[in-house]
Design a protein around this ligand. Structure first.
Ligand code: IMP
Length: 183
């Protein structure tokens, strides 16, 4: 076990499964834009790894931009308050937007983001999320494509963090309860 894996309880989705599924997602996304050149909007920091893998797997031309939002601070529970930490560098007016999200948990972040983006008058907005938690009481937010439905546990790796760490694991893992800091 490497030092970066300390605190990982178990692997939930290994690197091979991730690569295979991302390829399938890319084929689906290809089919949505037979003639268009969508703008991929990656949601930092969590979606960074998913974004880089997905965009390489696509066979259509795309442009790319990023937004950074924060909803968690350093805890494992959503604070309910979403903040834009970094906005897009380009206009999306009249464009076909594909939001690339790491994980939909309560749905709050995505709902907020879709709201913000819709007000900028894009031609279309679609969403692809690598993971969605099976969470009772989550907000009904439209996600066009989901990589994996996962149980309601705190996951880390492949871009996802706990207190800023674990993003550089090449797989999705479950955080060991004893690794969660008190408070
Ligand atoms: P939501 O607003 O509750 O849907 O949470 C969305 C954001 O919270 C995601 O974009 C992640 O950055 C973060 N998040 C939610 N669940 C997890 C998790 O299990 N591990 C790491 N980050 C998570």
């Amino acid at each position: 076990m490497s030092r970066k894996e300390i605190g990982v309880q178990r692997t939930l989705v290994d690197a091979t499964k991730l690569a295979h599924r991302i390829d399938e997602l890319a084929r689906e996304v290809d089919s949505w834009y037979p003639t268009e050149t969508p703008i991929l909007v990656g949601v930092l920091n969590g979606a960074a790894l998913f974004m880089t893998e997905l965009m390489q797997a696509l066979s259509i031309p795309v442009t790319v931009d990023f937004m950074a939002v924060s909803s968690y601070g350093s805890s494992t529970e959503s604070s309910g308050v979403v903040q834009i930490l970094k906005d897009l560098s380009t206009s999306i007016e009249g464009q076909d937007v594909l939001v690339v999200e790491d994980i939909v948990d309560s749905g709050l972040t995505l709902q907020y983001l879709l709201d913000v983006l819709a007000r900028r008058n894009p031609r279309s907005i679609r969403v692809v999320a690598l993971l969605r938690k099976e969470k009772p009481g989550a907000i009904e937010v439209p996600v066009d494509l989901v990589g994996f439905e996962i149980p309601d546990e705190f996951v880390i790796g492949f871009g996802l963090d706990y207190a800023g760490r674990y993003r550089n694991l090449p797989y999705i893992g479950v955080l060991a309860p004893e690794a969660i800091m008190a408070g």
